[in-house]
Design a protein around this ligand. Structure first.
Ligand SMILES: *Cc1c(COP(=O)(O)O)cnc(C)c1O
Length: 477
């Protein structure tokens, strides 16, 4: 007997219809929803208990709206144009629909032969983006990842496979000396996890000081490599960041590439957020030098505005990627098509969702031309925010053309007010969402990042008015 086939069909249809309406409603209402949740743990647990029967189950007609309501009330609404927080975007409609199709067909992208159409769609979009980065088509390899974390992991594994021939069999015991990996003090902390996952240990991370622009100081990089060589370390890799999480700083990629190549080190560029700048003719020069990278991390679920999780890993050396990830099994299909290895032999994943389908659909809808406009419009909103803050007496503490602004106020500085208190007050008021960051100078600052392509002047006005109110609230009465 098939399991409950005929009874689920109409319920499924009704749930879809409900969801279609909710999609429309939510997209319209999200701007005015409180961006931060008022939920508490005990409250949520009580609601889950009361509303859902995890033992006996319930009707879809009840489960779907019930879950949606709780998600609406109990989430930070990162798709709101008034969420100016971490790099979580308002998602493009085409991207949402792409994720729905991936789930509907439950596409399995471990091997080309199981999902030829979706795999070719992924490759078509990766090829274009590889060209935009300026990496060569010949002998290079690109794959979708769950996010930047997995792409950074892939970069380190490919570098190890490339640099140390015995690594594949003997692991880090094959390394001749203590391995050293250079990155700026502002690099993403996923690298700390990566060096633990790869068995290198956090000691292998050699943080290079940053200059006043919060970008890697190349003189220091050069000096540290020379000193480490003298002291018997084995330098093998530099990770440059193109668009740091805290302040949007871009390490000087050309100079870093020159230093890396003069010592034979692998250059990985972590452009998880900032990579999108290469699609804009006006912003692309900021990332000049990225074409010299051995490997690149670029997240589609950040500035390319598709749903999580969608990262990308690009590598100039296909052979290194294959050395890092290939296996042979008796139960999988042949592992390459036209010389391009399947995902299960060229990525850390095995079973693999059609991660790139949503990006293919977003590209097929907007085109690279539309993406260029989206990115430039968002950067322009960042500029506008910087202007407005300065005009209204705030102090802007970072300098970048990417749309992330770190700022404070004389009154916050003078009173020694913790910017986190400003945040608490903003969250309590519930109209906008920004974050805070500790700058390389040690100062704690407020941080607003335009992560939504829908953020407009009115939303910036709301942010400024809220900041103004909070600043007054914090005044001694
Ligand atoms: C977001 C980010 C990461 C981590 O990527 P996930 O997609 O969150 O795994 C790594 N590096 C930088 C520079 C980032 O902005």
């Amino acid at each position: 007997m098939p399991f409950a086939r005929s009874t689920t069909a109409p319920a499924f249809r009704d749930a879809w219809a409900w969801l279609g309406k909710e999609a429309e409603r939510f997209r319209e209402e999200v701007r005015d929803l409180p961006p931060s949740p008022r939920a508490t743990r005990t409250g949520l647990q009580a609601e889950l208990q009361a509303r859902f029967d995890l033992e006996g189950g319930g009707e879809l007609a009840h489960v779907v709206p019930g879950v949606a309501r709780l998600l609406r009330e109990g989430s930070v609404h990162v798709t709101s144009p008034r969420y100016l927080g971490l790099f979580n975007p308002t998602v493009l409609e085409a991207g949402i629909l792409g994720d729905v199709l991936a789930a509907l067909y439950n596409l399995q992208l471990a091997a080309w032969s199981h999902a030829p159409a979706a795999t070719e769609m992924e490759r078509a979009v990766l090829d274009r983006l590889r060209d935009a980065l300026g990496l060569p088509a010949q002998d290079s390899q690109a794959n979708f990842t769950t996010g930047g974390n997995e792409a950074n992991l892939s970069g380190v594994l490919a570098a190890l496979a490339h640099r140390f021939p015995g690594w594949r069999v003997r692991g880090i015991r094959a390394l001749p000396a203590r391995p050293a990996l250079y990155l700026s003090g502002e690099a993403h902390h996923s690298m700390a996890k990566v060096v633990r996952m790869t068995g290198l240990g956090t000691e292998s991370l050699r943080p290079v000081p940053v200059g006043q622009d919060f970008a890697m100081d190349v003189e220091s990089l050069h000096r540290m490599i020379r000193e480490d060589l003298r002291d018997g370390w084995s330098p093998f890799m530099v990770v440059a960041t193109a668009g740091t999480t805290g302040t949007g700083a871009v390490d000087p990629l050309r100079e870093v590439a020159d230093v890396a190549s003069s010592h034979g080190l692998w250059l990985h560029v972590d452009a998880a957020w900032g990579g999108a700048a290469v699609l804009s003719p006006t912003l692309k020069p900021l990332l000049a030098g990225i074409e010299k990278a051995d490997s690149v991390t670029w997240d589609a679920h950040k500035w390319l505005a598709v749903p999580m999780g969608a990262g990308m890993f690009f590598c100039r050396h296909r052979d290194a990627v294959v050395r890092a990830f290939s296996v042979s099994t008796g139960y999988m299909p042949p592992d390459a098509t036209d010389g391009i290895p399947d995902a299960y032999v060229s990525t850390p994943q095995w079973s693999r969702r059609a991660i790139g389908l949503k990006l293919f659909m977003a590209m097929a809808h907007l085109g690279e031309v539309g993406y260029a406009r989206l990115i430039e419009a968002q950067a322009a909103m960042g500029e506008r925010l910087r202007e407005l803050l300065l005009r209204e007496g705030w102090l802007v503490l970072n300098d970048t053309r990417l749309p992330v602004v770190c700022f404070t106020h004389e009154r916050i500085r003078q009173k020694g007010t913790d910017p986190d208190r400003v945040l608490e007050a903003l969250y309590r008021r519930g109209k906008v969402w920004i974050s805070a960051v500790t700058l390389p100078t040690g100062e704690r600052a407020l941080r607003a990042c335009v992560t939504s392509y829908l953020t407009d002047e009115k939303d910036l006005r709301v942010l400024l008015d809220e900041l103004d109110e909070v600043l007054h609230e914090l005044r001694p009465s």
